[in-house]
Design a protein around this ligand. Structure first.
Ligand code: HSO
Ligand code: ZN
Length: 444
């Protein structure tokens, strides 16, 4: 066979010898020009909006080359279609339990009550978003884990309708692991479709797919663009979880790191896609230690089934050497990675220095894989530098917070003059009057 044996290598830089411009460039992600893709997905979405199920079926036939009559299955799902071997089932059940525990703890179960002044009581309580749409990608990997990560917080939050969209397999069936999780989280509908047509079906609704209020989940550029289009279309009144770009990891390693573990973590991200971003910050490593990591990257990659993908993602990834941990943390916070892995002597001690990251993996026994599947944290995280201002998917994304105020006569009396003065400043006399009319009675 013609196996490619050439070396799989990251680009290599040293903070001391690069210019400020180069450092800025290393912080950038590949430019995504969404205008072109938005132009391509918009007509697809319009067609689904007008044509409903028939349009979705047409695109599934065209893009996924799958032919069937009924693409929406509703609960209760057929047990025969979610049959799993006991080991698989136990693994999914264990992951489910951990993710459930962590996301259940995030739910605000009690109303927050603050008496800001005597007689002025402000409260906040949460209510589930009624109908949610969860996009579970198909493509190069089967993703029951994404069904867990989106479905569990939806269930915990108490969303009434959980709609899952996922591309069908070539025989028209749903991946049984995905259907099993759909069943566990109490999904009401599974739409066997992917891409922009699936997003449109959930955003606008079809004869068989209920229209949802919010769409969650990762996906390729088309799915991402479709979510953006839906969010901007006020006629469907739908929101989305967060913007999305290619998946990334930033690993910070010092001399105490295990080169094989560091390499394994870099590769676990690199195998996701040719566009995956993998960054290694080498803190005061000897040439020899860095070389060991590089050798491990090559050697481990060569033995992986997805070596072809890694061969594309690793060469546009880089290692950056620096003298101090402080420099590494400044770079990491500027980069704002999706995943941050700390292979450091005092990894827990470094966590307080983290300002921007989707999720942090602390110490040599906390690989990203744990968070990807089963530790309990969510794996739908902000990429592309959006961890500066976005949180990963969590239970709060599936609820709205409603505030309320309840004031007594005493509260009215105490706050009246302040509000009347502020209304005056804004020249809004009706506002002032709504207070004055009450005060007139109270202060008689
Ligand atoms: N690392 C991916 C999530 C994932 N990994 C799913 C395995 N399956 C993006 O955060
Ligand atoms: Zn992963």
């Amino acid at each position: 066979s013609n196996v490619d044996n050439s070396r799989i290598e990251m680009m290599k830089f040293n903070l001391e010898s690069i210019s400020k411009e180069k450092r800025d460039e290393l912080l950038l992600r590949p430019i995504i020009d969404s205008t072109e893709i938005i132009k391509r997905v918009t007509p697809i979405m319009q067609e689904v909006r007008k044509g409903g199920d028939a349009a979705v079926l047409k695109f599934t036939r065209q893009f996924d080359r799958v032919e069937f009559e009924n693409h929406t299955i509703t609960a209760p799902f057929d047990p025969a279609q979610m049959e799993l071997d006991p080991v698989t089932k136990a693994a999914i059940d264990q992951a489910y339990d951990n993710i459930y525990k962590f996301h259940d703890a995030q739910l605000d179960k009690e109303t927050l009550v603050v008496e800001t002044m005597p007689g002025v009581v402000c409260s906040r309580f949460s209510r589930p978003i009624e109908r949610v749409g969860l996009y579970v990608p198909g493509g190069t990997a089967v993703l029951p884990s994404t069904t867990l990560m989106l479905g569990i917080p939806a269930k915990v939050a108490g969303c009434r309708d959980i709609v899952i969209a996922t591309p069908p397999r070539s025989d028209g069936s749903v991946v049984p692991e995905v259907l099993y999780v759909a069943h566990k989280v109490g999904a009401s509908h599974v739409l066997k479709a992917g891409g922009a047509q699936a997003v449109a079906a959930m955003a606008y609704g079809t004869e068989t797919v209920p229209k949802v209020d919010k769409i969650f989940g990762p996906g390729n550029q088309y799915v991402t663009a479709a979510k953006m289009v839906a969010q901007n279309d006020t006629s469907c009144l739908v929101s989305i979880d967060m913007p999305a770009g290619p998946s990334e990891v930033l690993v910070i390693a010092d001399m105490t790191s295990n080169p094989a573990y560091v390499a394994a973590d870099l590769l676990s991200q690199a195998e996701h896609g040719a566009d995956s971003q993998v960054v290694l910050l080498a803190v005061d490593l000897t040439e020899e230690h860095l070389k060991k990591i590089e050798d491990e990257v090559h050697d481990q990659a060569m033995a992986l089934p997805r070596c072809d993908i890694i061969r594309k993602s690793i060469p546009h990834s880089f290692s950056l050497s620096m003298k101090t941990l402080e420099e590494a943390m400044v770079f990491s916070n500027d980069y704002a990675p999706e995943h941050l892995i700390l292979h450091l002597e005092d990894a827990p001690g470094v966590v307080p220095m983290v300002e921007n990251a989707g999720s942090v993996f602390v110490g040599q026994y906390s690989p990203e894989s744990f968070g990807d599947y089963a530790s309990g944290t969510n794996h739908t995280l902000p990429t592309y530098g959006y961890s500066r201002m976005y949180s990963g998917v969590n239970t709060n994304g599936f609820v709205k917070h409603i505030t309320s105020q309840e004031c007594t006569a005493e509260g009215m009396d105490r706050l009246a003059d302040t509000v009347m003065r502020l209304a005056e400043i804004e020249g809004l006399d009706a506002h002032r009057n709504a207070v004055a009319i009450r005060i007139k009675d109270l202060r008689k």
